[in-house]
Design a protein around this ligand. Structure first.
Ligand code: AP5
Length: 222
């Protein structure tokens, strides 16, 4: 029987570093990175009906309704690359109803990573964040500056990355956090996300390694 693959969820406030850490995790563990926010922005970009609806919620820092998000994630999880390599879910589930929808389909992670970052840093990270539309990489004007002029010239900013909008995104996050944590309480690993990104990854990596060892040990004895 094929061994069951590692499954990871990552959560944290807006701009806490989820996407940045997912680059490291996906690279090392070969998991498919599925970011709810990225999928929604892709819908907006192609101008789909779902994208149009989603944008009005995202602009207010509110959760996009389940009718759109739950199906979008479920469909992504069924695709062949995910079936083959397993998943790393970023920014999903973000509410009790989303967590319950996954649970009722038997979709459960081995580890739930929660990034903790001070509110002051979050604002700073949001305001300085830039994205490379060509590679999809995440930069920060001060903390992760682009490697050269060519990249610097093409960087873009997200429409919801303003100090004013992040306050609404934070509010939404705090309203829903406890109910999501309750579902995953036995597998939560809290990580200090205030340090440099490499250091944060070291902490995450150690936690995932421990989970992987335990998982395969259990599988080899069963
Ligand atoms: P989403 O796109 O998920 O946004 P978010 O949760 O606000 O998180 P971010 O993507 O802003 O930040 P991040 O934690 O990935 O940080 P990053 O690594 O980029 O969601 C957007 C919207 O979509 C939501 O508001 C909602 O409307 C909707 N949505 C999404 N999911 C949904 C769901 N499940 N249900 C309903 N609606 C949903 O880092 C940020 C910056 O900091 C970067 O510039 C980076 O370079 C820098 N940085 C990262 N780590 C460090 C470090 N250690 N030190 C210094 N700088 C760092």
């Amino acid at each position: 029987k094929k061994p069951e693959l590692l499954k990871v969820m990552i959560s944290g406030a807006p701009a806490s570093g989820k996407g940045t850490q997912c680059e490291f995790i996906a690279n090392k563990y070969g998991l498919v990175h599925i970011a709810a926010g990225d999928l929604l922005r892709a819908e907006i970009k192609v101008g789909s009906e779902n994208g149009k609806q989603a944008k009005s919620y995202m602009e207010k820092g509110k959760l996009v309704p389940d009718e759109i998000v739950v199906t979008m994630i479920k469909e992504r999880l069924c695709q062949p690359d995910v079936q083959e390599n397993s998943w790393l879910l970023d920014g999903y589930p973000r509410s009790l109803s989303q967590a319950t929808a996954l649970e009722s389909s038997g979709i459960r992670p081995d580890i739930f990573i929660l990034l903790n970052v001070s509110e002051e840093s979050l604002i700073e990270r949001v305001v300085g964040r830039r994205l490379d539309p060509v590679t999809g990489r995440i930069y920060h004007l001060e903390y992760s500056p682009p490697e050269n002029e060519e990249i610097a010239a093409r960087l873009t900013q997200r429409f919801d990355d303003t100090e004013e909008k992040v306050k609404f995104r934070l509010q939404t996050y705090h309203q829903n956090l406890e109910s999501v944590l309750e579902v995953y309480k036995n597998i939560i690993v809290k990580v200090n996300g205030n340090s440099a990104k490499e250091k944060v990854f070291n902490e995450i990596d150690a936690a995932i390694t421990a989970v992987v060892e335990k998982k395969y040990k259990a599988q080899s004895t069963s």
